[in-house]
Design a protein around this ligand. Structure first.
Ligand code: HQG
Length: 183
């Protein structure tokens, strides 16, 4: 059962962040999909999903990746999109430091070009080094970078906080990045 939920959750990440067309789903400009349509299209694609499955995934998801609207008629991913959606997040003042986990192999390039959003809509930052390390280990031997976030905000860079508490920004120039030596 748990394995099945994980499979469904991964499919939801794919269609709600990157490729809704894989199952013929439509997202609106803010990234919302109709829950009924998501269920219908996931079933048509050979998955056994009902409203309770979706609720279990939204509520049980380790990173709270998905969120319902107020009446639970719509659902979207809270961050991580490659699709150009407007999450209509409000600008937030970040703490002094934020953290970014990456792989050791990327570090030289990052210190040369800064952190770039690559195929996603934002650079993703965490408010703690432990989460950052886990994110970095998805790509290889993890390295944690400390970002001078408040100084960036003071210099005019914009930060947003997603519904699941991931900090988002457009880019991080090399001058605001240093290597964490504690991890
Ligand atoms: C790296 C997961 C070379 C960057 C996580 C990262 C996160 C550069 C990779 C969310 C670079 C992009 C996002 C440069 C950045 N040169 N490499 N100039 N600038 N990079 O997956 O932050 O589990 O798009 O360091 O928890 O790893 O999917 O971003 O290693 O919140 O919900 O390019 O995805 O969430 O990788 O992860 P990604 P990310 P989920």
């Amino acid at each position: 059962m748990e394995k099945e939920l994980k499979h469904i959750s991964k499919l939801m990440s794919l269609v709600l962040r990157h490729q809704p067309e894989t199952i013929g789903l439509r997202l609106d400009e803010q990234g919302w999909a109709s829950v009924d349509e998501l269920i219908e299209k996931m079933n048509a694609a050979g998955n056994h999903v009902d409203r309770n499955t979706i609720i279990a995934i939204v509520e049980g998801n380790d990173k709270q990746r998905f969120a319902f609207n107020g009446d639970q008629s719509k659902i979207r991913a809270s961050q991580g999109h490659s699709l150009a959606v407007d999450l209509t997040l409000e600008e937030q003042l970040p703490p002094e430091h934020l953290f970014h986990g990456t792989a050791v192999d990327f570090v030289d390039s990052i210190f040369e070009k800064g952190l770039q959003k690559q195929r996603r809509q934002h650079v993703h930052l965490s408010d703690n080094a432990t989460t950052a390390k886990a994110v970095g280990s998805r790509h290889g031997k993890p390295v944690v970078l400390i970002i001078a976030a408040r100084a960036m905000a003071t210099a005019g860079f914009t930060f947003y906080l997603s519904a699941n508490k991931v900090w988002l920004t457009g880019e991080v120039p090399p001058a605001y990045i240093r290597l964490s030596e504690t991890l």
